[in-house]
Design a protein around this ligand. Structure first.
Ligand code: MN
Length: 309
């Protein structure tokens, strides 16, 4: 059994569908059609990818114009789950959601969802909307301002440190907190844009979809229709990139506020510099004070205490 994958044009795909009409078999989920010849089983997808599998896949594939798609060496399980979107979703009018602050010891977790219509994608790209991880804080603030001017519908939630720490002590994992925040911003935004319904909802994947869905279940919630998950979604989808900038800009603003409140600059991340600043906060205020400004279950708390001994 061999296999080969070809990428073909829409026209070729249509021609194939006609040619294989007499040999059609049951179509698998996500496929356009599937057929079986003496050479191979042919499975075609909306994206134009066609999989030839069987005794003689090359002979069958050669009948059609198409480019060879290199087989990926290792496909991660995350990329093959049921909620993986077709790439066509990225150019449709969708809700994207993303979060910030989850890996930072200081400051809140912020989660945003944004609804971007397909005819707004180009403009947002031109404004510099892209993965916020590659942008400076100043640029993020600037682009966030532009997004607000365009009146892109969005929803934002901030989980401040006292509440975060309380949930954590009650047994919530950070994954559950993120899940419930994504769910909340998405549902608020769905209400906000109603009666419009988006072509889909894309969540920047931070856990396996089944884990996400199980968290929802524990709070008696279900996944909205047409929800998809993909890792690094902000690099594929402008809606997710927009959400990521709104979330990040909010996080940056909250960090500025915390710095002002504490009386010195509170750093992002979770590095040794963070441990030092945490120990300064304990010295200036108390250990209990950290509950107001940090995710106290991070290892940084104990490292900060070690500095004081
Ligand atoms: Mn993300």
């Amino acid at each position: 059994m061999g296999q080969t994958v070809r990428l073909v044009s829409k026209e070729t795909l249509d021609k194939m569908k006609v040619a294989y009409q007499p040999m059609l078999k049951a179509t698998p989920a996500n496929a356009v059609f599937s057929a079986k010849t003496s050479n191979a089983t042919i499975t075609a997808y909306k994206s134009g990818k066609v999989l030839f599998q069987g005794k003689n896949p090359e002979a069958e594939a050669m009948k059609w114009d198409g480019t060879v798609v290199e087989k990926k060496q290792k496909q991660t399980t995350q990329q093959t789950h049921l909620y993986h979107p077709e790439s066509s979703l990225y150019t449709q009018s969708i809700i994207g959601s993303d979060e910030a602050g989850t890996g930072d010891y200081f400051g809140p977790v912020t989660v945003a969802a944004a609804y971007v219509k397909n005819d707004q994608i180009e403009l947002l790209k031109e404004l510099g909307v892209r993965d916020s991880k590659n942008l400076t804080d100043a640029t993020i603030k600037e682009i966030a301002k532009q997004i607000m001017l365009l009146e892109i519908p969005y929803s934002l939630m901030i989980l401040h440190n006292p509440k975060y720490n309380q949930l954590q002590k009650n047994g919530w994992t950070q994954g559950k907190m993120k899940t419930m925040l994504h769910d909340a911003v998405i549902n608020r935004l769905l209400e906000k844009i109603a009666p419009i319904t988006p072509d889909g909802i894309l969540i920047d994947q931070f856990s396996l979809p089944n884990v996400y869905i199980n968290h929802l279940k524990t709070e008696k919630r279900t996944l909205p229709e047409s929800t998809y998950f993909v890792t690094k979604a902000e690099s594929h989808s402008i809606a997710v990139a927009t959400a990521s900038i709104i979330a990040r800009a909010s996080f940056v603003k909250e960090m500025d506020r915390l710095s002002e409140r504490v009386g010195f600059t509170v750093p992002k991340g979770a590095s040794a510099k963070v441990d030092q600043v945490a120990s300064s906060i304990i010295r200036k205020y108390s250990e209990a004070y950290l509950d107001n400004v940090a995710k106290v279950h991070f290892a940084n708390t104990n490292k900060a205490k070690a500095y004081l001994q």
